[in-house]
Design a protein. Structure first.
Length: 274
């Protein structure tokens, strides 16, 4: 009898276990995992016109400069983070020969005041940053819908820039551009051109008795953050080499950076002229 009771208990436990397993998917379905929305998802109204653009924009390629072995040691010796590509390039070109008879040797070399690093606090796209074109058709006398599509009437240059005056402008723009490109994964440039005659095949229907307006906009990214400045000194003490940063200051800064070879469209059909 005991053996039979033991088997029954085991069967009951196994049956309960499998019932719990069958309920697990339902439990997870009742509480689905929330996915974070893609912050920099390109809207359907925005199209890449790289192939159609009659003006070939140069690719904005700003790879992260790899520091040399000596530069790595110098950067690691600094108490303030150094990310400025131009400063790293200058340090890469620096050559310091060590000597076994350097006891008591000491030198301080002033390398100048530099923007050392940039910390991004906010990156937000504006898909209608600047209106660049309007295609229009009057179908008020028509009896059937009329199809229009985008044709860029004149060449447009879209320029971005910093929102405030700041020293070492070009260095700061490079660091901000690198951070914004890394965060958005969009082709960004402080200047981009949409050539005259550029087209897109997407069709918009202007109904009878309507005026059709197809607006084209150049998108851009608004980048905001903080740049850190400091006076950079190269210290040589015996066989030791290190960097000292003095008079460190920080400043908030923003920038508008156009999205290269992208156009945002807005279509309006109306009875009255705009």
């Amino acid at each position: 009898m005991k053996g039979v009771q033991t088997v029954k208990k085991l069967s009951s436990i196994i049956l309960t276990f499998f019932l719990m397993l069958s309920l697990l998917p339902t439990a997870f379905a009742a509480h689905p995992v929330k996915k974070e929305p893609a912050k920099y998802l390109v809207p359907s109204s925005v199209r890449n016109i790289t192939k159609e653009n009659t003006y070939p924009n140069p690719t904005q390629d700003l790879p992260l400069l790899q520091p040399s072995e000596l530069t790595k040691k110098l950067i690691d010796s600094s108490k303030v983070k150094i990310e400025n590509p131009d400063l790293i390039r200058m340090l890469n070109e620096t050559s310091i020969n060590s000597t076994p008879f350097a006891i008591g040797y000491r030198a301080i070399i002033y390398l100048g005041q530099w923007p050392l690093n940039y910390v991004s606090t906010e990156t937000s796209p504006n898909w209608e940053f600047q209106k660049i074109n309007t295609n229009f058709y009057d179908n008020r006398g028509g009896k059937v819908p009329y199809q229009i599509h985008y044709v860029q009437e004149v060449q447009k240059i879209i320029r971005g820039g910093l929102t405030a005056k700041i020293s070492n402008t070009e260095d700061v723009k490079k660091m901000m551009l690198l951070k914004a490109m890394e965060k958005t994964e969009l082709p960004l440039s402080f200047e981009t051109v949409i050539g005259g005659g550029t087209k897109n095949d997407h069709v918009y229907n202007v109904a009878p008795n309507r005026l059709g307006y197809l607006y084209a906009y150049a998108p851009a990214v608004n980048e905001k953050g903080k740049v850190t400045y400091g006076e950079v000194y190269l210290m040589l003490k015996g066989n030791k080499k290190f960097i000292v940063i003095k008079n460190v200051t920080s400043q908030g800064i923003g920038a508008w950076i156009p999205v290269q070879d992208y156009v945002s469209f807005g279509f309006l059909a109306t009875e009255r002229p705009r």
